[in-house]
Design a protein around this ligand. Sequence first.
Ligand SMILES: *Cc1c(COP(=O)(O)O)cnc(C)c1O
Length: 376
Amino acid sequence: MTTTSHDILPAELEDLVKLFDVTPTDSPTPDDEREAALAAPRFGTVFTDHMARITWRKDTGWIDRRIEKYGPLLLDPATAVLHYAQEIFEGMKAYKHADGSVWTFRPAANAARFARSAHRLALPPLSVDDFVGSIAALVRTDLPWVPGGEDSSLYLRPFMFASEAFLGVRPATEVEYLCIASPVGPYFAGGVKPVSIWVSQDYHRAGPGGTGDAKCGGNYAASLLPQTEAQENGCDQVCFLDSATNSFLEELGGMNVFVVTDDGAVHTPELTGSILEGVTRSSILQLAADHGREVVERRIPLAEVVDGLASGKVREIFACGTAAVVTPIGRLAGGTFDHTVGDGEPGELTMAIRTELTDIQYGRVEDRHGWLRRLA
Ligand SMILES: *Cc1c(COP(=O)(O)O)cnc(C)c1O
């Protein structure tokens, strides 16, 4: 493994972790049960023994940084989030390297996006220090829960919601921040498999001036019905078009999208305000540029992609995000078209990007951009 200055646990991280009071659970998962869960993890179903938590009140700011037993929250039926969806979240992973050290990927980018999402949802900003500190404190407390298997990781879910019991419509004066963690295995058990995509003509996930570029639960609520429509049309996932003209590619319900053309260029929809800026997306743009490829962020007409699939100009299409990393798209369909992408198998560049990104995350190649941050 390559040794870099990032291998040293930074003293400043120790200081951030120390701000969290740890109250260990009185009923830890027995070792054999935990090992069984780690051996066959199913995404988002099993959670570690603890959670990180910070409370905010308008008159105190962020207080009570703590690691406590994982468990149900007691909520008043009038809790604001249940009525007006004032909520945001993040998705990250902790990766175990061959030497047993545990790392995360570009946490400052997630922390910055969390602050931007908070701003859009009129929630209080959480500092980068509290964000990274909460994750490090949780991962250290639940260290035996970080899986070591190939392409396995500990999925981290930081989130923040309006916890005030009040039915008036205004930003809440009481807010909770939590981070929970769930061991996950390879997203594609049995090898990477291309997915089929339905381009929705009837629904949009976001509009100009809306919350499309904030990572909030409400965006996902809006994507569920079109996702069902995609499945009714025999597709795995839905891709949305821009709501103003219904003609440009935006993204999937929870992943950004890339198109590879026959000249080797890599294209992705430019950030218009209604597209979520993925950390995976920006990392892929960097890696493609590192390899001397032309990278183009622009408005991509659906008609151009459909024509390109018919003519062979479009060679590969893939989606990307933290959970699945890179997902090849093997078929693109909509009301009036239905095309196989390439020969329907994962594209060569798609898989090369996937391999390079996961090799960096698991410490198998040099982290030349300093994207990894050691947690334990
Ligand atoms: C989280 C998310 C992504 C992917 O972002 P990453 O930082 O790469 O995980 C893409 N689109 C939407 C709508 C998302 O919520």
